[in-house]
Design a protein around this ligand. Sequence first.
Ligand code: SF4
Length: 466
Amino acid sequence: MSSGRSRPDRCPGALVLHEAADGGLARIRLPGGLVDGGVLAALAALAESFGEPGAVELTSRGNLQLRGVPLGRRAELADRVAELGLLPSATHERVRNIVASPFAGLTGAGTGSPAGTPPPGGDGAPAAGMRLEDLVRGLDEALCADPELAGLSGRFLFGLDDGTGDIVALAPDAWATPAPEGHWWIGPAGVAVDRSGAVGELQAAARAFLRAAADAATGIGGDHSFWRVRDLPDGGAELAAGLRAGRPAAPRPAPRPAPHPVGTWRRPDGAHAAAVHVPLGRLTRPAADLLATVAAATRVDDGRDQASPRGDPPLRITPWRSIVVPCLGDPSSFAARARRTGLVTDPGSMWTRVTACAGRPGCASALADVRADAARAVTAGLVAPVALADGALVDGALVDGVPVGGVPAGGIRAGDMPSGPPGVRAHWSGCARRCGRPTGPHMEVVAGPAGYLVRAAGAEPKESRW
Ligand code: SF4
């Protein structure tokens, strides 16, 4: 069944903002999550100048958004974003949605290894020394140079995976992942191509999607729009077959799952890297300033890290509300300094397991201040208002006799909230739209008129995989 919408998507950008209850909401695309530390600090300073509602937030696609933009400062915002080099194309700014494995080259688990690092090994190991950043930049440039692709929705997602499967798990619409013999496996076409062909294949997939979406809209009277491949009437099967264009389908490479580190660690080449979790995705100015200082202190002379205009390697915003510092000059004091700014460096912290939408007061649809309630839960050592029996997620009206819809928003006490099993994640939402919910199994904590509803979610695939 078609899931076309009766309206175009309204994803905000830097030029067309979403009008939230706390002011304008601007979303700034960062292909591959790459951002210079100085640029991050400049955005944090800009958000602070908006006053109390001003904030920089990390999104579930590794982008940034600025909240609380006053009506009279929209033009200034656009100018500043352009000055910072974040607006290479006014026509394509909302469609530069490229996520890339943020730990590529830093842990030895996937491809994209820094200089001198041996390949991950074994049959089918991707080529050593491949830089995922190069593919990100190549795809971004090709995207912006293609007028047709300005017609993509703000939700169409490109994915570049390092072989660990972390990006493929986000169900992108067009994606590439390393395949044997230095090739790249392209989805949804299901073919393997050499590296030089990867960008062209992704571009072709996006163009073909636009044509398929137009045909599908015509077929149902022309008043619907299709934002993503999975929205197509057949889920994208015909699109995938057309993209193969008679070529044999290649076996899909098995992912090599790897943990996402939080804290500091030694890279395979002996240098140090760090990743910090940003509680509920809201980045404070002191935290941004620290990250900029740390990044600026690191000049990479081996030619392997992608240098920013100033010479320091870009930070990497992850889709999991964390920021990777790919090269860390002095790891000894970093964790303590980061903690002082509110960043999380303990991989066992409950903060790494809890996300939340904007909620009150930023969103007019919200029924609760979910961020404050989630923070209370974390302070109590918990991830959700009510949870579980026998270590299993519960999808029902009662948990140990407690009605899951009956926990008063804002009235959570530690005793109300048994902890979830190790590793369980929770996403808090102020209403049933559940904005920003993660892929994969988690508990969803949804505010309703009578309190929070807690249930298991995320086990169902979000997208067909052709
Ligand atoms: S889930 Fe509801 S309350 Fe939360 S940001 Fe989305 S629309 Fe607003």
